[in-house]
Ligand binder design. Structure first.
Ligand code: PAF
Length: 282
């Protein structure tokens, strides 16, 4: 399908002018670039419910607890613009670090109890402070009606929803399904750093979640977690950080299978690449 070329906005001022021209609902898709089908599905979801879609491409320095990870983060601007041009996106905000942070590249401190303390919060200290800081700046600049986030970063989605709610922001937060390749690997910008051998090893991550879901309420949760580590994770050479079954809202881990819904979360390293995944279970 042919789409109108999106407007490229690089400064606060250009964004401000564009935003003031919009009279309907604005769907916002914040990204760090290196776009893939997961991001494009967010744009489609935004287009289906909003009058216009604004995406942003900004590699946020304050959410990287590891400097090397920030340096190695893939940057593919021309390719990203081409992908967004084919996906019904109306405008793309591509600011510099100075444009977003002005002269203070620092994050504020947020503490939402278990939501920011567990899982990613534990293994990536300061990560959510950086995420909320940049999302708050982007929201202030873009004034969206609805903002779209992928469920692969399930904890990020909860943290942002919680922060938006307690600040009573007039912005609806929508979580969109994780998009996977045909073998089950969750789409991630970091996948581009995996070799073919590592891509095969990485399949142990999604397979673990599917296996765990299959055994819900049948085998003991703890025994199944141990089995998965021995049978899937270790043989694939994945260095596991966490694999858990948690409450879908508080993210507190369950020791035994709950009778109701839960979320399965995993993070691990494949070579030098850290991957995360999620699966919601009813
Ligand atoms: O999920 C991401 O790509 C980032 O964490 C976000 C939400 C764009 C903030 O930098």
């Amino acid at each position: 399908m042919n789409h109108k070329t999106p407007e490229i906005l690089r400064t606060r001022n250009e964004l401000h002018v564009w935003r003031n021209q919009q009279h309907g609902s604005v769907g916002f898709v914040p990204t760090m670039g290196a776009l893939h089908d997961g991001h494009i599905s967010l744009v489609h979801e935004a287009k289906a419910t909003c009058d216009v879609v604004l995406a942003s491409i900004f590699v946020n320095p304050t959410q990287f607890n590891d400097k090397k990870d920030l340096e190695k983060y893939p940057r593919t601007e021309a390719q990203d613009i081409a992908l967004l041009s084919n996906s019904a996106c109306d405008a793309i905000f591509i600011p510099s670090v100075e444009e977003v942070y002005q002269n203070n590249v620092a994050s504020l401190d947020f503490n939402f109890g278990s939501l920011t303390r567990l899982w990613e919060g534990k293994f990536r200290p300061g990560h959510f402070n950086g995420v909320i800081t940049v999302v708050s700046k982007l929201f202030e600049l873009t004034q969206p009606t609805v903002a779209f986030f992928g469920k692969k970063d399930y904890q990020q989605l909860l943290v942002i929803s919680h922060w938006t709610k307690i600040n009573q922001l007039p912005i609806a937060i929508v979580g969109c399904e994780t998009i996977r390749n045909h073998e089950g690997l969750a789409m991630s910008s970091r996948n581009s750093r995996l070799s073919e051998v590592e891509k095969t090893a990485a399949l142990a991550i999604s397979k673990s979640l599917y296996f765990l879901r299959e055994r819900k309420g049948i085998d003991s949760l703890q025994e199944t977690l141990a089995f998965i580590k021995n049978q899937f994770i270790e043989p694939a050479g994945v260095r596991l950080e966490y694999l858990c079954c948690a409450d879908s809202e508080s993210l507190e881990p369950f020791k035994e299978w709950p009778s109701g819904s839960c979320v399965l979360l995993v993070a691990g390293w494949v070579g030098g690449v850290r991957l995360i995944d999620e699966l919601e279970v009813n």
